[in-house]
Design a protein around this ligand. Structure first.
Ligand code: HEC
Length: 165
């Protein structure tokens, strides 16, 4: 981010020096008749360059300051690790159809609401166990092994972090 800013500023500096050079070289010997016209042209060129540079610099700065990645921001100001961010994507794909979870904007009604289940206090191991073994205790069916390995772990971490928030 700082690097990009330096890069943009460097370009601005180069542009400005080009403008100054253009203005200086455009100035004929003092008192000559062409002075005003040359000066005016230099100004025109300079202004054009500045406008073009601003056209690049302003959007660039906005993009940089705006490009601050919000993907890791979970509900309630929770910062998600990259594993948990991955878990959120997997949850949307594999769990949201059946479960409600405010952190994912999920409103599934087949399985229990994960925000209120156990008061929202879901340990990763508990969620992982549900994913690995499935659940069928008379409250509907949750198939086992919807996800495996790290994917299952990431989802468990994610759910455990945001449930009840
Ligand atoms: C096809 C619908 C369905 C999908 C998809 C689904 N679940 Fe479930 N889930 C259920 C149902 C139904 C239950 C309750 C089963 C019961 O208690 O009999 C449940 C229960 C749970 C429980 C509580 C377990 C317990 O012991 O109380 C957790 C945690 C859970 N699911 C997490 C997940 C996660 C994470 C995913 C995504 C990987 C997921 N579920 C995908 C239907 C689903």
């Amino acid at each position: 981010m700082i690097g990009t800013l330096v890069f943009v500023l460097a370009f601005l500096a180069i542009g400005l020096s080009v403008v100054l050079a253009a203005m200086r070289s455009g100035r004929p010997p003092a008192g000559s008749k062409t002075e005003t016209r040359a000066t005016r042209r230099a100004w025109g060129v300079g202004l054009g360059v500045v406008i073009v540079l601003l056209g690049i610099a302003v959007p660039a700065v906005v993009l940089i300051t705006n490009g601050d990645d919000h993907a890791s921001q979970g509900i309630g100001g929770v910062e998600l690790t990259s594993a948990q961010t991955n878990g959120r994507a997997l949850f949307a794909k594999n769990c949201a159809t059946c479960h409600s979870l405010a952190g994912s904007g999920a409103v599934g009604r087949v399985g229990p609401d994960l925000d209120t289940l156990n008061g929202g206090d879901l340990k990763p191991a508990f969620v992982l166990d549900a994913i690995q073994n499935g659940r069928a205790r008379g409250n509907g069916q949750m198939p086992a092994d919807l996800l495996f390995g790290n994917e299952a772990k990431d989802v468990a971490e994610y759910v455990s972090t945001v449930a009840g928030r």
